[in-house]
Design a protein around this ligand. Structure first.
Ligand SMILES: NC(=O)c1ccc[n+]([C@@H]2O[C@H](COP(=O)([O-])OP(=O)(O)OC[C@H]3O[C@@H](n4cnc5c(N)ncnc54)[C@H](OP(=O)(O)O)[C@@H]3O)[C@@H](O)[C@H]2O)c1
Length: 335
């Protein structure tokens, strides 16, 4: 790199220059008592967004709120177990009473029971994973749709925290299902449900291993596959109607889900996630899957990602990202 080229920065571009939000901007983050969810809430609060920290456990949620308060950050809290429709109902009723509109929803909560080399260990675990990572976020999203703000000055946004393990063009070997998923025109909620039910049936019958489902973290991958496909369908439903829906894979991040392993911290992942969630309306795309690359080693990779995102602020999107037919956007690695 010569001295005239832009020096890499270690954080995403400053959001203050493109600030469209105010303290009246409302964000909800699920599964936010720890990990990436907690870091996202902290980041939103630091940036002056009114943020609702939700957690399935009251004690853990309130502890997280206290930790933030000790740092001078005020956030709202309500208990929310995304796998429980009654809990979603209570949360939405509370939200309706307390807030006039919603600007940002981050579906972050997720669960995985997979140890390395262990897959779909029990039907109970598989159902919990599918309910928590797919049906729960879907029900919460559908319940909150009436509350998204429709304003000419901003665009409401949903950021679904997904995983590259759930990319159907890479991990899914079942040709029939892959074909349905790759046909954007035909893809529907009904087809996603059929796919999930077929998977559950295969697990119940003990036949899932030779049906072409993703081989690693299978139930988790299928749940994220379904979430990504649903995001795509929802994005299409709301195209041009003031609501953007995107997915974000934070990369291999040091949290309890990875037992502390990973190439970067939850705070690093959250900086990028919050940056994506707060993109100015003119830069906000919809129906995309953003991936944080994390296969180049700690530091370099995170730095690289941030550099790419930093540069994005100054160049056109086509210079900086490559996409395939499914709108999977990856930072370019020219440098
Ligand atoms: N870490 C990675 O490398 C990685 C990579 C790709 C994608 N992701 C995604 O990133 C997101 C955050 O994961 P993380 O790495 O931060 O994991 P984490 O530290 O295990 O956090 C998961 C959060 O989800 C909550 N949760 C679990 N089940 C819930 C339910 N039924 N209702 C509400 N909250 C629930 C957990 O609460 P409890 O404390 O009560 O269990 C916890 O707060 C997830 O969507 C994950 O799939 C992570």
């Amino acid at each position: 790199m010569n001295s005239n080229q832009q020096q890499p920065s270690l954080s995403p571009p400053s959001l203050s220059s493109s600030r469209w939000w105010s303290k009246d901007t409302v964000a909800i983050v699920t599964g936010a008592n720890k990990g990436i969810g907690f870091a996202l809430v902290k980041r939103f609060a630091e940036l002056g967004v009114s943020v609702i920290l939700t957690a399935r456990d009251n004690v853990k949620g309130l502890q997280a709120v206290e930790t933030l308060m000790a740092q001078g950050l005020h956030v709202h809290f309500f208990r929310l177990d995304v796998s429980d429709p009654a809990s979603i109902h209570s949360f939405v009723s509370w939200f309706k009473l307390r807030f006039s509109a919603l600007d940002i929803l981050v579906n972050n909560a997720a669960v995985s029971f997979n140890e390395i080399g262990e897959n779909c260990a029990s039907m109970e675990h598989v159902e919990t994973v599918i309910n928590t990572n797919f049906y729960g976020p879907k029900l919460l999203t559908e319940s909150l749709l009436p509350f998204f703000r429709h304003s000419s000055a901003s665009t409401s946004r949903i950021l679904n925290i997904s995983s590259r393990l759930g990319l159907f063009n890479q991990k899914l070997k079942n040709k029939k299902i892959k074909e349905i998923f790759e046909d954007e025109e035909r893809l529907s909620e009904e087809q996603i449900n059929i796919m999930v039910n077929l998977f559950l049936q295969n697990v119940k019958q003990g036949t899932w291993k030779n049906q072409g489902w993703p081989e690693e973290w299978t139930d988790y991958a299928v749940s994220k596959l379904a979430l990504s496909a649903y995001s795509k369908v929802l994005a299409k439903r709301y195209e041009g109607r003031g609501l953007s829906v995107n997915c974000f894979c934070p990369g291999f991040t040091q949290t309890s889900m990875t037992r502390g392993k990973g190439t970067h911290s939850a705070e690093d992942a959250a900086k990028v996630g919050a940056w994506l969630a707060l993109l100015p309306p003119e830069d906000l795309l919809t129906g995309k899957f953003y991936i944080a690359r994390s296969n180049l080693g700690f530091g370099l990779n995170v730095q690289k990602l941030f550099v790419v995102l930093s540069l994005k602020a100054h160049k056109t999107k086509s210079n900086l990202f490559s996409s395939d037919a499914w709108g999977i956007w990856q930072p370019c690695t020219k440098d």
